[in-house]
Write a protein of this length. Sequence first.
Length: 504
Amino acid sequence: MPNGTLSQMSERTLRLYDTMTRQVKPLELVEPGHLRFYSCGPTVYSYAHIGNFRTFLTADLIIRTAQALGTRVTYVSNITDVGHLTQDDVADAGGEDKMARALQSKEGEQFNNVWELAEYYEDAFLEDWARLNLKEPQVRPRATQHMREQIVAAEQLIAQGNAYETPTGVYFNVESFPSYGKLSGNTQENLKKASREVVLDDNKRDQSDFALWKKDDKHLMQWYSPFGWGFPGWHLECSVMARMYLGETLDLHAGGEDLIFPHHECEIAQSEALTGKPFSNHWIHTRFLQVNGEKMSKSLGNYYTVRFLLEKGADPLAIRYALISGVYTKPLNFTDQSLSDAMGNIDRYRRSDAAVAAGLEAARPGDDAIGTLLEELYDQALDAMCNDLNTSVALAKALEGTRVILREAETLSLASAESGKVYLDRINDLLGIVRPERVLADLQTESAPKVDEARIGALIQERIDAKKAKNFALADQIRKDLEAEGIELRDTPEGTVWVLKSTL
Ligand code: AMP
Ligand code: ZN
């Protein structure tokens, strides 16, 4: 066992696919026994959808598996509340700030200012996070609270010759960082050929130079800096906050697959230019959650929020179960079927928990008839998690344990019930699917009508087509008809979304 590898006395090692080296490899820790982990958090301009949570759940499962191996974890996950622009894939960072744009949308009307909007969606996010049994990070830093550090970093990069100022902002000069592209394969050479590299500022030295600071004295959220009024580029916050709370070299950095480029590539360039050290020793990215084979995203309007599913009557643990039921390295299709299967499995855990509690209470004499088998099943589930978070095998093994318990439910001896309790506790620690870990008030669900999402999706599409064909009467009729059913269509900057009126 190499020194510093994340392993247990039993020689178990957590092995994960590393985006940088493109192979599954053991998670090596700079400080033995201590995992220092940064995962990019949400942009709080709207409710997070369950696709976002799929990515956060990957991070959660890493933490749980590491802890099961006896490792201490320091976990940092940020809140992006400024600087994430609508065209963040363009190096210049084009479009509008997502936060400012949300304030100007219809939903934004309920807020006095962008700070209030950020706070509202952050609170909603933290509540969903808790409902899904996600582990709390030790630090949840906000971009707006780390402005000084970001400005200092931009100044330092300029002083070192890695960045320069133009009339519109400060840009990182990718030519000054020869290994730019090592994570994504988007080297400068490749980028020059990429047609989507829209250059908004002619003063840039190279078209792929990306924004560290945007000058803008009209922006809703602006700070004074040596470069004048403005706000930081989205990538800078993570470089600065990761280093501040976790040191110059992280053990592991995570996010969804869309963050590989440009976000993480740019984080690497900034951080490594600043410190001269590797930014992270391991990179992990979760493939997208899909709906009907398409990426779940706000702009496509095909997303579900946690609260929407809860209002439809889903159990939060079942949402969690469905979201982790496929391995993170493959896209996962979210369907009604996967959710109702998960509901059935969560129910098995609930019944097992109740049977064990009754067995402890009854205190029947007799041998422990299930302990050895349950221990084997737990070990197999843990092995599967150590094998690049193979959740489908881990969940199947764990579920077998409920069969073992439920088979004996009526006659469990005290000794068997004790083994059952140990098993369920350990499975809950590892996978978070047995019982809620926080006490939260119930959402109001009683008045929620049942809805047919596929039909609503088709009607939204019909309305878009009608508008395109300038048939506004039909478009309006579709909206009115849905409204009569208690479903409100909202045209947001990210596309048309629908909400149940009873949930407003
Ligand atoms: P955002 O709030 O847009 O900054 O996204 C927060 C996290 O969710 C990022 O790590 C994204 O990569 C991730 N993400 C966005 N859409 C999906 C999806 N459909 N499936 C999985 N992860 C996603
Ligand atoms: Zn980030």
